[in-house]
Design a protein around this ligand. Structure first.
Ligand code: BG6
Length: 461
């Protein structure tokens, strides 16, 4: 594995939620598993001391993944803290001091996008940005125009190969495994197209509501929160062409090509829902029409996928927490045995979470005189959730300068272009009861390609 070329890690938003839930556990993991040993500088405007940040790190690890005594000790030694306003030049002078002799820092902007420009400018003016990499959190923009604007701002200070746009779904083991399974086996590629595939479904279900993120969520909604990014990135792994050549951009080129071929969504291909009770969540407007559930039907305009409907649904307060893809294959041209066969008989199922599995659904004969069958699944792989959290993998990659698992600007723009026509209130929002699969209208959307395949979760997280 290449060494970390970065010789310091600076993370903005050190006292925030993302640092608490993801960044501290990832840093501890990098120290434990990969011997990370560089200054780690937290930055925030909270009036905190270094000891407070250390206490926060301890608390974060206790709640998220557990403390590894040796790695935590090391983390405590490496940790520094700079308190200050991001608009104040002194903050960056203090960061520069803490960087000491570091010449190639990585700056992780775990802060609202509205602050990206201010921080990027502060880094550049203070010299902290020289030879540096910058990691930015999703959401990258609010729509196509703002994503382009944000990109222009970052490019004033950092070249493209030093910008790492996080979509943590790309760091997930099972999402990587989609590519691996497709391109490491010769049997899938010949059938992975419109000749054999009848439809594709992707479900991202969460059993919980918006919790304490009411304010953020009410400005975002399910489409912007998970479909524009996570779901379309998963789809690009599932549907892209095989990468060719040795170029390290080969995979991202193919993914961008796929995303550019997806038709922009139209209102008749969308169903939005809101769970009953959402409007009483603190931070949510009493008359909010923001969707907590969305189902879309889309098409990819390529020789491989033309006319194959792709259904994506994502929502909060659904019956289970699970993300799963179902690729439905066409039936034989005639049913030789005259059976009425369920639509789900011939399919490939790829479970992304909570557990990881890849299974092939086939029909086998029930023993006996009659030529009748039942559906079984050949389990190609089944494992518990992956060990390495996505943020650990992605942070490590950014510090090594490996960009493959980050969203490239042309992909981000294609993703915004796809969802742009259905942003906001262009379609009605239907109420659904918590613990159900969203509004009934979602079944109408899938129509004769349905029903939706509900992930069967045996053990909850
Ligand atoms: C985040 C969204 O990007 O992804 C959340 O903002 C969502 O709303 C989360 O819950 C899901 O991530 P995971 O890894 O738990 O599936």
């Amino acid at each position: 594995m290449p060494t970390f070329q970065s010789d310091a890690l600076v993370f903005f938003g050190a006292t925030g939620d993302l640092a608490y839930k993801q960044i501290f556990p990832s840093i501890q993991g990098l120290i434990r598993d990969e011997g990370l040993s560089i200054p780690i500088i937290g930055v925030a405007k909270s009036g905190w001391s270094l000891d407070q940040l250390r206490a926060r790190a301890k608390d974060s690890l206790e709640k998220h993944g557990g403390i590894d005594q040796n790695a935590f000790k090391k983390l405590t030694e490496l940790l520094r803290y700079v308190d200050g306003d991001y608009a104040d030049a002194t903050t960056f002078t203090n960061i520069r001091k803490e960087l000491g002799s570091a010449k190639q820092p990585t700056h992780y902007l775990a802060i609202p996008p509205i602050l990206f420009g201010t921080v990027a400018k502060g880094l550049a003016r203070s010299g902290c940005g020289d030879n540096a990499r910058v990691v930015v959190e999703k959401p990258f923009g609010h729509d196509l125009a703002s994503a382009r604007e944000l990109n222009r701002t970052l490019h004033q200070y950092f070249p493209e190969d030093r910008i790492f746009r996080i979509d943590h779904y790309l760091g997930k083991e099972p999402v990587q495994n989609i590519l691996y399974t497709r391109f490491a086996n010769p049997i899938f590629e010949p059938i992975w197209n419109r000749n054999y595939v009848r439809s594709i479904q992707i479900t991202m279900a969460e059993k919980f509501g918006v919790q304490d993120r009411g304010r953020f969520y009410d400005e975002t909604g399910a489409l912007r929160d998970v479909v524009q990014n996570h779901m379309l990135q998963v789809l690009s792994n599932l549907a892209m062409d095989p990468p060719t050549g040795e170029d390290h951009e080969a995979v991202r080129d193919e993914k961008a090509g796929l995303l550019k071929a997806i038709h922009s969504l139209t209102p008749d291909c969308v169903v939005r829902g809101q769970y009953n009770g959402y409007r009483s969540v603190p931070g949510v407007a009493a008359d909010s029409t923001v969707e907590t559930f969305i189902a879309v039907k889309l098409f990819i305009d390529t020789w491989r996928w033309a006319d194959v409907p792709i259904f994506i649904r994502a929502g909060k307060e659904l019956p289970v927490t699970a993300t799963e893809i179902v690729v439905e294959f066409k039936r034989p041209p005639r049913e030789t045995f005259g059976e009425l066969v369920p639509g789900t008989s011939a399919r490939m199922r790829l479970r992304v979470s909570p557990d990881i599995s890849i299974a092939l659904g086939v029909r086998v004969k029930v023993p006996g005189e009659r030529m009748v069958g039942s559906d079984v699944e050949l389990m190609l792989q089944r494992q518990a959730a992956a060990d390495e959290p996505p943020y650990q993998r992605l942070l490590g990659d950014a510090m090594r300068g490996i960009g493959e698992l980050f969203a490239r600007q042309d992909s981000v723009e294609a993703q915004w272009r796809i969802v742009e026509p259905i942003l906001g209130n262009v379609t009605p929002v239907y109420t659904y009861q918590p613990g159900t699969w969203g509004p009934d209208e979602a079944q109408q959307l899938i129509g004769t390609y349905g029903p939706w395949v509900d992930p069967q979760v045996l053990r909850e997280k």
